[in-house]
Design a protein around this ligand. Structure first.
Ligand code: ADP
Length: 493
């Protein structure tokens, strides 16, 4: 039975597994935050014209930890004009190999500062340090390295064509991978000669502004990347600005639909990476223990905070009971608590609002008749936390089987034949990702051809690589990010 101890009144308590005890193992003392963070426009930190700010909250304590500038339409306008000037007067005309050198320099500086950035990412977003240190930050640097290499090779990416930059890209990103999403968007845009105005999510703006310091230190020309912070209205001001050439958005399907409607009928290009309800399909011939670890990695280690999280587990009927029993045991050993502790498996939920959304959907699952199995761990008193859990007895019509939950709660459904697995997996308005677990390679290929999902993992889950394109079908959006495909979103050919 998991119990929990409090390490200090300030640090959220740790959850200790059933068979052993762990001493607190904080990564390090938290990185000092600035009292307030300004906008980053034209290579300088500037205050918003209105002087308005909002608070960034530490999700592990629920306490305010820094003030963030609130950009309004006038600030967005200044940022777009600055980006336009930087595009016309230098960045787009610079020899491509020179642009590549800036990106290489930024990548190396990210590597040098990765420890500090990982701590900041966990402090601001609530994800465990193990995730931000071992997954997010290495991938952030890898994306800059990857696109640095493409900068002077664009004609090989588009043989026989003359790729040209689009101009100013407006980019809006969510809170689940704050720095990684910034890297996914900024690196290819810059490699292709565009300049950027990017808006981080309102709950996770801090690391983008530390990245801005790296841009300054790397000597990136002023105005090539501009960062405007704020909530949905700041994002809408960016989308509606008349001098934007391209909008790249990652976030919810609801906001993506609004953005698609605003951009329709304008010259703006658009790519959308929206929600998902990934099916993780486990056949009876799979290596079951390995599959259970894949399921755990697919949803719990990231608090379910990824749009490609394997939140619908489809298991072959014959192994249902075995997998459910193993999952029940495994979630008991998951350690929920301080995101800065190296032993933490499941960190804090990013915001109060997100926690309320997860709870509402979990309550609906219970009300609709599914059975909820939760870890028995106790949770810290302060901050935003959710017990890892899963639903059994779920039918495809239950809301927990259809709606994106974005929390550490899984829905388990069953199937009998591969055909039924495909039908159930595709029975969703989304089409972002899926996983297949089996010892037959041929089955993976057969299913992968029929699953309507942009990314399909075989005998693994949630693996990312800068060389590999990522993106969805149906209501999960359109356009691809990553790899050579990711360049297409930022060039005219
Ligand atoms: P989530 O539900 O995951 O928080 P959202 O789609 O609400 O996702 O937010 C993703 C990003 O979109 C955030 O940066 C947010 O501020 C921004 N955003 C929210 N509403 C709008 C809007 N109407 N127009 C443009 N951006 C928006």
């Amino acid at each position: 039975m998991a119990t929990q101890k409090k390490s200090s009144s300030k640090t959220p308590a740790l959850n200790f597994g059933s068979a052993w005890d762990y001493a607190p193992a904080p990564e390090t003392t938290p990185v000092p935050l600035k009292k307030s963070y300004d906008l980053f426009i034209g290579g300088k930190f500037v205050q918003p014209k209105s002087g308005k700010t909002f608070w960034s909250i530490n999700p592990a304590t629920g306490k305010r930890h820094a003030r963030i500038a609130r950009a309004e339409a006038a600030d967005v306008d200044l940022a777009v004009r600055t980006a336009r000037t930087a595009h016309e007067n230098g960045w787009s005309k610079m020899p491509a190999a020179e642009r590549g050198k800036y990106l290489f320099r930024i990548a190396r500086m990210i590597q040098e500062k990765s420890r500090e950035l990982a701590i900041l990412e966990s402090m601001d977003g609530g994800k465990p340090i193990r995730e931000s240190r071992d997954i997010d930050l290495p991938l952030v640097a890898a994306h800059f390295f990857h696109y640095a290499g493409w900068a002077d090779k664009l004609e090989y990416a588009f043989p026989g064509r003359k790729p040209r930059s689009l101009g100013v890209a407006g980019q809006i990103i969510p809170w689940n991978f704050p720095l990684l999403m910034a890297a996914w968007k900024i690196a290819p845009a810059l490699a292709c000669g565009n300049t950027v105005v990017i808006k981080p999510a309102e709950t996770t703006s801090i690391t983008a502004l530390h990245l801005a310091e790296i841009f300054q230190q790397a000597g990136l020309p002023d105005g090539v990347v501009n960062i405007v912070t704020g909530a949905g209205d700041t994002g809408a001001a960016l989308v509606n600005h008349p001098d934007i050439d391209k909008i790249a958005f990652t976030g919810s399907t609801g906001v993506g639909k609004k953005i698609a409607a605003s951009v329709a009928g304008t010259k703006k290009m658009l790519t959308l990476e929206l929600g998902g309800k990934a099916a993780n399909i486990v056949f009876e011939d799979a290596a079951i223990d390995q599959a259970v670890e894949g399921i755990i990695n697919g949803i719990y280690f990231n608090q379910g905070h990824v749009c490609c999280a394997g939140s619908r587990l489809l298991v072959q009927e014959s192994v249902h009971d075995e997998i459910v029993a193993k999952l029940r045991d495994r979630i008991e050993t998951l350690r929920v608590g301080d995101p800065l502790d190296k032993n933490t498996d499941v960190g804090a939920i990013n915001s109060r609002e997100q926690l309320a959304r997860i709870r509402e959907l979990v309550d609906s699952g219970v009300a609709e008749g599914a059975d909820l199995v939760e870890s028995s761990c106790s949770l810290p008193d302060e901050g935003y936390w959710c017990r890892p859990g899963f639903f059994t007895g779920v039918t495809p019509s239950h809301r927990v089987a259809r709606e994106e939950i974005f929390g550490p709660v899984l829905s388990v459904l069953t199937f009998r034949t591969p055909e039924e697995a495909i039908e159930r997996a595709n029975n969703t308005c989304y089409g972002l990702s899926a996983g297949i677990w089996t010892d037959k390679g041929s089955k993976i290929f057969q299913l992968a051809n029929q699953l309507k999902a942009g990314v399909i993992w075989g005998n693994t889950f949630n693996q990312f690589d800068p060389t590999s394109p990522f993106g969805g079908y149906k209501e999960s959006g359109f356009g691809r990010e990553g790899g050579r495909h990711g360049l297409a979103a930022y060039v005219k050919v």
